[in-house]
Design a protein around this ligand. Structure first.
Ligand SMILES: O=C(O)CCCC[C@@H]1SC[C@@H]2NC(=O)N[C@@H]21
Length: 252
């Protein structure tokens, strides 16, 4: 385990006791914040997950959003979900000293011993192709997770950091590890582009080279998880050749 990393320079911190959703709060604050800012709440009353699902947000878990004001085209902005996943992994490894226990599930979940310990929800506001504000919402099951019976059949079961490692990490301590880790990946992304993130993400990917199923809005495809491309799309090798899937839900 490494020592405590420093809070990144120029990054704000907005701590709330309770809020509907830190992503919603990020958009309310956005006009008043020129720079990046972490918004973290003790609990969320209307936490939201990907695909319009609710995200259970009890006290003791981490619910936070990084508000950014990116200037790149929308497709490039969206690649920050990989920066967030890598930062989450770095934070977990720094806090636990267990690098082998954490894997990244495409597109943006973090797995601990094969179960989902963290999820990421990117939301943006802006007109046309432009993105004015980006909310990188991150939920971490530090001490509590939904009942596995509640998750969809075939989905990875939710787990908690506490149950899997015996470590009780506070949301404040988690933010102190996560914010510097994200700042490092943001710098890599803005100075070198997606390539270093892609390489690092693939090095920690779950089920790479294995057969998986990807469910899009219209179909489910089964194939070998070959790689991700330079746009972050999943490349699935099927009998007719490789297929690029820009957005889907993955099942193992
Ligand atoms: O479905 C997922 O896996 C993504 C979950 C993202 C949850 C986080 S908690 C902080 C932020 N605020 C929200 O309302 N959602 C995200």
């Amino acid at each position: 385990m490494s020592g405590k990393a420093k809070w990144p320079q120029g990054v704000g911190r907005h701590l709330l006791d309770t809020v509907d959703s830190t992503n919603a709060e990020a958009f309310r604050l956005a006009p008043h914040h020129a720079g990046p800012c972490w918004i973290v709440a003790g609990e969320q009353t209307a936490g939201r997950g990907r695909r319009a699902r609710a995200w259970a947000s009890p006290r003791g878990n981490f619910h936070g959003t990084l508000l950014l004001h990116p200037t790149e085209p929308a497709a490039t902005v969206a690649l920050r979900s990989f920066a967030a996943a890598l930062a989450l992994r770095d934070a977990f490894v720094a806090l636990t000293g267990l690098p082998e226990a954490f894997r990244l599930k495409w597109p943006n979940d973090v797995l601990l011993n094969g179960g989902k310990v963290a999820g990421i929800l990117l939301e943006s506001s802006g007109a046309g192709q432009g993105v004015q504000h980006l909310a990188i919402g991150i939920g971490v099951n530090l001490i509590a997770a939904p009942d596995p019976a509640q998750v969809e059949q075939g989905a990875v079961p939710p787990v908690t950091l506490l149950s899997e490692t015996g470590l009780r990490v506070t949301p404040e301590a988690f933010l102190d590890a996560l914010a510097p880790a994200y700042a490092r990946w943001e710098t890599a992304f803005t100075t070198q582009g997606f390539a270093p993130l892609r390489e690092a993400w693939l090095a920690h990917a779950a089920r790479l080279g294995e057969t998986i199923r990807a469910r899009t809005g219209t179909e489910t495809r089964e194939g070998v998880f070959q790689t991700i491309d330079e746009t972050g799309a999943l490349i699935l090798r099927q009998s007719q050749g490789p297929v690029a899937i820009p957005a889907a839900e993955v099942f193992f």
